[in-house]
Design a protein around this ligand. Sequence first.
Ligand SMILES: Cc1ncc(C[n+]2csc(CCOP(=O)(O)OP(=O)(O)O)c2C)c(N)n1
Ligand SMILES: [Mg+2]
Length: 333
Amino acid sequence: MEGTQARHEALGLDEGDLLRMYRLMLLARRVDERSWILNRQGKAAFVISCQGQEAAQVGAAMHLRPGYDYVYPYYRDHGIVLTLGMTARDEMLALLAREEDPNSGGRQMPGHFSSRELNIVTASAPIAVQFPQAVGSALAFKMRGEDGVVLACGGEASTSEGDWHEAMNFAGVHGLPVVFLIQNNHYAISVPEPLQVAGSIARRAEGYGFPGVEVDGNDVLAVYEAAGEAFARARKGEGPTLIEAKTYRLTAHSSDDDDRRYREREEVEQWRLKDPIPRFERYLMENGVLDEAARDRIDAEVREEVREASEYAENAPVADPDSVLEGVYAEGV
Ligand SMILES: Cc1ncc(C[n+]2csc(CCOP(=O)(O)OP(=O)(O)O)c2C)c(N)n1
Ligand SMILES: [Mg+2]
């Protein structure tokens, strides 16, 4: 234990909260691992991973009120949508493009999350287009006098796009209840951060008139703390915050990428030592929240949940080809 009060106690988190966070991070990881296996078996066409970024995602999403706040995730945000209430089964149905996929009925690529119920706004494939939309939702909350907040996510390379700067400026001008969570994993596919990002991302917020903070994105409690302050500010009408969570992508960019061509294995191994899941596990053990038996039980439960989900999705029907144009254009208007 560090000091007299453990870090989580100072943040108002009890053991139940901590175990929920741990379980969600583990669930995101196991769903992801299973997805790669299904891809290598030729069953899943495409995988885009969250591995390494689970702390940044779960730590931030713990503050959201599902179905009230609005969320504009990016394609790696499995940890965010699972925290909001999507299930391993939903993830697997989307991965295998089944009719029952709640995101899009199998029409979108995996990682293009969407849920009316959970206020997860459907994503388009071009990088950063979610940001101007996100500030629009934040403006709606403000105009209605509601205390909803919007979470808008992206990778570090998304901050090179005009859309991001326009959204940041608009959020600053109107003092909107939006939190920009940039997950800086140091690569944009094969392009390393020094060739993509000039200066500091977090400090760019100053130019738009609101706070920007840099946080260790592999430390779930640090992200929880930073996001808690950001969401509290937004709810009180004090405007936007930018959070730059420094993290690392442990897998290749996607199942169509071979990262051995542009980064050294030693670098990946160094970051594996900072893997957010074992790191949080160590914290929980040191603080008497988790022991080996509990860890093994949670892991077994999560593995079973993922196994059941993937079996269910494999056996679920694909969409009827005749329905391919449904949901593309508005009907009956
Ligand atoms: C406007 C646009 N340009 C390029 C792409 C191709 N693309 C898809 S993901 C990606 C990398 C984005 O990197 P980053 O924002 O750092 O997120 P990460 O994948 O590292 O999490 C690129 C270039 C795209 N989808 N849209
Ligand atoms: Mg990146």
